[in-house]
Ligand binder design. Structure first.
Ligand SMILES: Cc1cc2nc3c(=O)[nH]c(=O)nc-3n(C[C@H](O)[C@H](O)[C@H](O)COP(=O)(O)O)c2cc1C
Length: 295
């Protein structure tokens, strides 16, 4: 393991390590306005939601590493404590990047990047019409993290009104994770796109209290076949399957035939059993996997 002391790194080196490792980061495309009414639009990936009730997002226009100057977005919210957080999808990503060019104060990046201004209902800064989701926000607080180049400035934005393009909704009115077609920022020039192919689900251990990896039988816990992900799935069940449950699962013809073909006491029996169970885990069928492992 390479271990790095912060004091041995330049700010640029530190930023590089942090941005490659703390990724992907969602993008807040923030529109703000100064007290004279000049509109500004800039992307920020030091961004996330931090509270649902009240609904609060934080994003951070940092002091420039190059020359320790502050960003127009920060100056604007200090003058007019409002913003719109526009969510960036794949179709917008190149123009969004263009909006990050350091145009002089007073230059409207909606025009420079070719986005359409949509009047907001509650706040002064306009929304980005092309964005699939737009949050009208009031800025409750701005917290400076220091005066050095690279220091962040946390903008605490409370969401007051949400606008969602109906095209990304399912029939039940909820956002469809594929349709929203999100992009995120990583290190350097890297971005990623959330597509059908790279989306997957992990069962939420909210209502159940999983037995935990430490409760798995030793031969499973230290399996040569099962991965950490597989152990996490197995440890997320509330109890080991009962004899009755195992028998029920083993009625599955595929499982039945496999178990019938296994030679009792053969040296590779356990490896074969674990490999077979792993196939079911990869498909998300934890119950059958458990039944196979306990057979
Ligand atoms: C996708 C993306 C994400 C960015 N994230 C941040 C960020 O989180 N913090 C930051 O200070 N600058 C970030 N930048 C750079 C700012 O967008 C850039 O400095 C911009 O010119 C600031 O504009 P302003 O001075 O008009 O506010 C990002 C740029 C891009 C393209």
């Amino acid at each position: 393991m390479l271990s790095l002391k912060i004091s041995d790194l330049s700010t640029a080196e530190l930023q590089n390590y942090l941005q490659y490792a703390i990724a992907p980061r969602p993008i807040c495309f923030a529109s703000t306005i100064d007290k004279s009414g000049n509109v500004n639009l800039s992307p920020f990936s030091f961004f996330n939601m931090f509270s649902t009730n009240p609904p609060v997002c934080i994003f951070s226009p940092a002091r420039r590493v190059r020359d320790n100057t502050t960003k127009h977005t920060l100056e604007n919210v200090l003058e007019v404590p409002e913003c719109v957080i526009n969510i960036v999808n794949y179709d917008m990503v190149q123009q969004t990047s263009l909006a990050s060019v350091e145009y002089s104060k007073g230059i409207n990046e909606f025009q420079k990047a070719g986005f359409t201004e949509l009047k907001s209902e509650l706040v002064k800064p306009p929304r980005v019409a092309e964005a699939p989701v737009q949050f009208e926000c009031v800025v409750n607080d701005v917290i400076s993290l220091g005066k050095n180049a690279g220091a962040g400035n946390l903008i605490l934005a409370e969401i007051k009104l949400i606008h969602i393009n109906e095209e990304i909704l399912d029939a039940d009115g909820k956002i469809n994770q594929e349709k929203i077609d999100l992009v995120a920022r990583l290190g350097g020039d890297w971005y990623c796109r959330v597509t059908k192919e790279n989306l997957f689900k992990v069962a939420k251990p909210v209502r159940t209290i999983g037995i935990g990896v430490d409760s798995l039988p030793e031969n499973i816990r230290y399996s040569k076949i099962l991965t950490g992900n597989n152990l996490g799935q197995l440890g997320n069940v509330e109890h080991l399957p009962s004899l009755q449950e195992i028998e029920e699962c083993n009625k599955n013809p595929q499982v039945h035939d496999f178990l019938k073909g296994l030679v009792e006491n053969s040296p590779d029996r356990e490896l074969k059993l674990h490999s077979f169970a792993k196939d079911f885990l990869e498909k998300g069928d934890v119950q059958t996997a458990w039944s196979i492992l306990m057979s």
